[in-house]
Structures are given as C-alpha cells and as structure tokens.
Design a protein around this ligand. Sequence first.
Ligand code: FEC
Length: 308
Amino acid sequence: MVRSGVIVMAYGTPAGLDDVERYYTDIRHGRPPSPELLAELTARYEAIGGRSPLLEITEAQRIGLEKRLDGVPTYLGQKHSPPFIPDAVRAMADDGVDRIVGLVLAPHYSKMSVGDYRRRVMLARDEAGLGAPVDVVESWHVEPGYVDFLAQRVREAAARLPDDARDRHVVVFTAHSLPEAILRGGDPYPEQLQETAGAVAAAAGVESYTVGWQSAGRTADPWLGPDVLEVIERLAGEGARGVIVCPCGFVSDHLEVLYDVDVECVDAARRLGVELVRTESPNDDPAFLDVLATVVSRLLDKTGDAPG
Ligand code: FEC
C-alpha cells in the first residue's frame, strides 16, 4: 500500500523586522543586500504593519486542504523561511511517506517558480535518502473553480466602484514579474497569465481587461512588462475612470499585495484621478480551499492514491 503525502509550498516571509536581513539574503542566494536595499525592504514591511500575514494564511490553507483530503497528510514547505522544503521532506521520510505530491500556492507555471519548487523538493528527497517519486501540480491557472472564484471576486470589486468609475472601468490581471530571460526557453508563464485573464473576464462578463506585471525585483536584468503602474497610467490617459486590480498570480494577502497593490497602485491611481479597487485575496475562503483539494485529489488519483 503506497503512503502518499502532500507538500504544500509557498514563498515564506520574515518572522519580523529583525528577520528581514536573513530573509533577503536567502532570496538573494546567500548574498547579503546592501544597506540601501535592506532599508527599502524594511520600510515596505513597516508600511504594512511590521510583518506580512503570509505564514498564518499559508498554514490555514494547508490545514483547510488537509481536512478535504480524507486522511492524506500534508506538510508545509517554504522557500525562504522555516519550515523550509527540506524540513517538510524530512518529516515525510520520518512518517514513512513513499510518494510525494506537491502543490505550489501559485497558479501559473514558470521554470523559475513552480519549476524551482519542484527542483528543491527533488534535491531534498535525495538528501533525505528517500526513494519516493515526486509529482508536482504544474499549474491550475484555468481550473474552472479558480476561474469562477475570481470572477465572483471581480464582480464584488466592481460593485465597490463608484457609479461613474464603474461605467468606464478596466480590469487589470496581474502576476509577479520574472526576469525576461525565462522567455528564451519558451516558458509558458506569460501565456498562462493571459489565459487566466481571458477565462475570468469571460466568466465575469467583463468588457474591458488587460494584464500587467507587478513586484519586479530590484536587479539589473530586464523583467517582464508592462509593469502594472505603467498600465494604470496608460489606462488613465485613455480615459478610464476606474481600475480593478485582480492579482490572480497570488493567493494570499502578503507584501506584494498589501504594499505593491494596496499602497503603490492605489497612490498612483489617486495621483491620476482614477478610482482603484483590488479583488479580495482567496486566503482560506472555503470555496478556494475546495479548488485546491480538487487539483490535488486529481493528481493523487492519477498516481493511484485518491482519498476516500
Ligand atoms: O509577504 C511576504 O513577506 C512575502 C511576499 C512575497 C511573495 C513572493 C512571491 C514570488 N516571488 C517570485 C519571484 C521573485 C524573484 C525575485 C524575488 C524577490 C523578492 C523580494 C521580496 C519578495 N520577492 Fe518574490 N515574493 C515575495 C517577496 N521574487 C521581498 C526581494 C526584494 C524585492 O525584489 O522586492 C528576485 C530574486 C531572485 O532571483 O530570486 C525572481 C515569484 C513569486 C510568486 C510565486 C510564489 O509565491 O512562490 C515568481 C509572495
């Protein structure tokens, strides 16, 4: 009898302001940030109250998923903060798991996102001396339940716009930017964002929508664009009165949503005289947890271990 375990993976967040330097160094592959970069990132965490709620939300998502998997154990494994992916894989080995199913809490595939999480799991598995096969959900960006969930959130956001802004509004679907270098290998990431946008717009009956990239890293390489701030400026110039930002590449409230959208995009819109609202994040909404369970159960099923 095969014993499956599910590793639920997310980015991780600093435990508090005094952990930001360690965290940033980890993101930068062990190179400590300059004092300027560190001060700038610390200021962003301060602006959202000193810390991001990402860990608590991720853990609530894991627990909600586990409740829906009827006895299949789940383990949290993060990239840049504890519990790290190798911690989760070691716990799986201790529990006698001999098949690893992975879910990244990000809907779109890129070799730099989902592909990198998968690489880390394989490495940790080998280091733990575990012979278990690894199957990771590749992407779930047009999963019907996710599309319907976002369509509902877009409708709710539209209802929050003042009447005149609602009459001339555009929905901007966003995801985390990545270095343009990913395009050289034919990475599906940009196409998948377009696919989510098209599917959600159709389901919500949205007439006018576009995509934008957010939260590009502070590095010298070119990153995917246009940046969402440029998109908002262009839309204002074209006469839009309202903008709905739907950060469909993220599934939780965290720094990139609470600062990059709720502070930076809101400030830009205010300067341009445009009303901006954001769709609420999925977080641990039961309908969203049902989507995660559907996606994971399908993979468990394919590998012969569906719950129930
Ligand atoms: O709330 C929090 O404390 C954490 C918010 C957070 C999430 C997140 C998700 C993604 N990132 C992705 C790619 C990159 C690449 C780099 C990079 C850098 C940062 C920095 C911070 C940060 N990321 Fe992030 N990311 C979050 C936070 N990210 C802080 C460093 C300062 C800055 O540049 O703003 C560049 C470094 C590198 O080469 O690794 C690339 C992707 C996602 C979405 C998928 C996922 O959640 O894993 C892709 C949340």
